[in-house]
Design a protein around this ligand. Structure first.
Ligand SMILES: *Cc1c(COP(=O)(O)O)cnc(C)c1O
Length: 424
């Protein structure tokens, strides 16, 4: 499609955008009397307007039913988390029984390691991408040390090629082949948080499993952003947070995927709690653990219903729209943002460098060579909420649920003004 960097063209794209009405379903912060241009849905998604009433419903049930709310609320609390399973299964490309919601992401990765990282003398290495999200690095290294292993030796970090900005699938595959005999686990961020790159999860999962390793994915930046087929790809396990593209609210509960072939396995160790038992017999309070026949077997505690309420509100929007429509808009919107950046780059003779490769979701990470913090401060003052990493990388994630083509055009104009002002 031939784009134009004009207000009229952007407005025309918004007019033909079937998702445009969904912008109204979210609360936008306001700066200078107008809605901000929100590029940080990859960090914390905006609040769905429906979230309030979902939370109010739980507060009301608690007020009027107290403990009876567990079974007598209109949305009973003891099965509340099951309402999230169907919508999450569609988003993640999973069977409903492969999904559960519990705890938070880093906690879940640690818990999943109990089942899926069981090093022995021969197979003990973990393979990940270099410079993984810090929490993932801490998690992996502490797991290795917990098992008495030295991360220097047992953690294989695949580098970006030639010190460049992204990873090559072949490099990941050849690292898997090289360490095949000693590899216990492959665990990578499916979408890299820094450069926005989407890894070839299907090919890497296949190669890891063929090598005899378990393959898990951290999908923090993938869930609700890109199409996923975790079941079909044969992924062993995955976890993701819900407060980024899934718009569930700050620090909210995390999702977990466990492949069908690992459900109901008696040989798989697991840390257990009462919420992992079959719900039919749970309240008989028996001494023996009778696992649920779904990913719920990994649940420990009864979940925080007040947190699940806004999460459910958001997932209902995802159900209504579907990932196909979101991804279609995301591709077009991100392409338009890239086009606008190129146009502004040419107009101000700057040196923008998009470091996000073709395999991407909705995030563009851009080096603004020669620019610095004052430009970022100017953008913020003008109502552009973006993420700035020193020295001069800006991360822009136009989430398709609520960002418009006009936002991209306006951002370009504000960026241009900011750069020209900085030079004056
Ligand atoms: C956001 C993010 C996290 C955050 O972890 P929490 O446990 O939710 O605080 C972890 N890993 C990756 C890759 C992330 O992007």
């Amino acid at each position: 499609m031939d784009f134009e960097n004009t207000a009229g063209f952007a407005a025309a794209l918004d007019k033909e955008d079937p998702l445009a009405p969904y912008r109204e379903r979210f609360h936008f912060p306001r700066i200078g009397g107008r809605d901000v241009i929100y590029f940080t849905g990859n960090s914390l998604g905006l609040q769905p307007k429906a979230a309030d009433s979902f939370v109010a419903e739980v507060m009301q049930d608690w007020k009027s039913l107290a403990v009876e709310g567990h079974f007598k609320a209109e949305k009973p609390w003891w099965t509340y988390h099951e309402r999230l399973r169907g919508p999450l299964a569609s988003i993640m490309g999973a069977l409903p029984e492969e999904i559960t919601v519990m705890n938070t992401l880093t906690v879940n990765l640690h818990l999943l390691m109990v089942s899926f990282y069981r090093p022995d003398a021969k197979r003990y290495k973990i393979l990940c991408e270099e410079k993984a999200f810090p929490s993932d690095q801490y998690m992996l290294k502490s797991q290795l040390r917990f098992h008495g292993l030295d991360p220097e030796e047992a953690l294989v970090e695949v580098p970006r090629r030639n010190g460049g900005h992204h990873w090559h699938t072949e490099d990941v595959l050849s690292a898997i082949a090289e360490h095949a005999d000693s590899l216990a686990l492959v665990l990578i961020g499916g979408v890299n948080y820094y450069n926005g790159q989407v890894f070839d999860m299907e090919a890497i999962t296949r190669a890891g499993r063929q090598a005899g390793a378990m393959v898990g994915w951290d999908l923090a930046h993938a869930a609700g952003n890109i199409p996923l087929k975790l079941h079909e790809w044969g992924v062993d396990f995955a976890s993701w947070c819900s407060y980024k593209y899934l718009n569930s609210g700050p620090g909210n509960a995390s999702g977990v995927f466990i492949h069908e072939r690992h459900l109901n396995r008696e040989d798989l160790p697991r840390f257990e709690g009462w919420w992992g038992t079959r719900k039919e017999t749970r309240f008989l309070m028996r001494p023996d653990f009778e696992p649920a026949d779904s990913a719920d077997a990994w649940q420990l505690s009864n979940p925080p219903i007040l947190s699940l309420a806004p999460f459910l509100a958001s997932l209902e929007l995802f159900q209504e729209v579907g990932m196909d429509a979101l991804v279609a808009k995301s591709r077009k919107l991100t392409a338009y943002l890239e086009f606008v950046l190129q146009e502004i780059d040419a107009q101000v003779e700057s040196r923008f460098e998009v470091i996000t490769p073709e395999a991407r979701g909705c995030q563009l990470s851009v080096f603004l060579h020669g620019e610095g913090r004052p430009l970022f401060d100017y953008l913020m003052e003008q109502g552009v909420i973006a993420d700035w990493r020193e020295p001069n990388v800006i991360r822009l994630a136009p989430a398709p649920f609520y960002c418009s083509f006009t936002d991209m055009y306006r951002f370009g104009q504000i960026l241009k003004e900011g750069i020209l002002k900085g030079r004056a």
